[in-house]
Write a protein that binds this ligand. Structure first.
Ligand SMILES: NC(=O)c1ccc[n+]([C@@H]2O[C@H](COP(=O)([O-])OP(=O)(O)OC[C@H]3O[C@@H](n4cnc5c(N)ncnc54)[C@H](OP(=O)(O)O)[C@@H]3O)[C@@H](O)[C@H]2O)c1
Length: 260
């Protein structure tokens, strides 16, 4: 059942830039009150000011989602959490042979465990009330493995497995779990993730704006739908990947080798 965002309280992690900031702005436009979190307090304040100008309440919480106690404090300071958007994340792209162990661990701590800790902190109150929506920002890299992106893909595959399991655990108890899986999105993500290391074929699908992903996250928060993949070209390729995985990987390798 669709639940409008007006006057609801939404907590968004990773809202100091990119998809998280765009999601905060779109939620504010739809009338939600916000609690936004990230490590960079000044950038978070910029997002918060822009949201407040749209007439909603917006509180900032400086938090590092890799720290479980920060996630618990974020949820404790948020009061009633109607919507939780687990969005904080980053990537370093490297082949498995060359990947730095610290990068592999840190991506998992942020992209996967950050979402786990926030979810575990918010879930008890949602289950007790019998209402709440959790939206996890995964990726098409959580549906298909890409060469030189293995460490990052692993974090997003983990997040999707976690989300699907949680969805089945809570369904029928008033709590909804939705996933948003964007393709390449024009954000500061690419200040650490090297665009040139992505397989050539994956770069054929044009990059989308964070605002477009933000709208998809808000729609997911409203309807609690299972999974949104965007843009349409990426959704189509993911369908091929799920129906005929070996063919999808073969095409990815062959086309990429022609383009690289
Ligand atoms: N851009 C893409 O092509 C793309 C595609 C698919 C999925 N995604 C996913 O979308 C999400 C948002 O990424 P983006 O593209 O918007 O990149 P971005 O502009 O770099 O934003 C990442 C956000 O995550 C926050 N963050 C990172 N580490 C954190 C930590 N330890 N604790 C708290 N916050 C942390 C950052 O804030 P601070 O640095 O201030 O902490 C920032 O607000 C990520 O999960 C990413 O994997 C991105």
């Amino acid at each position: 059942m669709s639940q409008k965002l007006k006057n609801r309280t939404a907590v968004i992690t990773g809202a100091s830039s990119g998809i998280g900031a765009a999601t905060a702005m779109e939620m504010a436009r739809r009338g939600a009150n916000l609690v936004i979190a990230a490590r960079r307090g000044e950038r978070l304040e910029e997002t918060a000011s822009a949201c407040r100008r749209l007439g909603v309440r917006c509180t900032t919480v400086v938090a590092d989602v890799t720290r479980r106690e920060d996630c618990q404090r974020l949820i404790a300071e948020s009061g009633t959490v109607d919507v939780l958007v687990n969005n904080a994340g980053f990537a370093v792209f490297d082949s498995i042979a060359e990947a730095r162990p610290d990068d592999l661990q840190s991506m998992m701590q942020t992209n996967y465990f950050g979402a786990v800790w926030c979810t575990q902190a918010a879930l008890p109150q949602m289950l007790e009330r019998g209402s709440g929506t959790i939206v996890n920002v995964a990726s098409i890299a959580g549906i298909m493995g890409y060469a030189r992106m293995g460490g990052y893909c692993a974090t997003k595959f983990a997040l999707i497995g976690f989300s699907e399991a949680l969805r089945d655990e809570v369904i029928g108890r008033g709590v909804r779990v939705a996933m948003v899986c964007p393709g390449t999105t024009r954000t500061e993500f690419f200040s650490t993730a090297e665009h040139g290391k992505m397989p050539g074929a994956s770069r054929l699908i044009l990059a989308i704006s964070p605002e477009r992903v933000g709208r998809a996250v808000c729609n997911a928060a409203e309807d609690g739908g299972y999974r949104r993949i965007l843009p349409a070209g990426a959704a189509l390729y993911m369908r091929l990947k799920e129906i005929a995985p070996r063919l999808a990987h073969l095409l990815m390798r062959r086309i990429s080798s022609l383009l690289e």
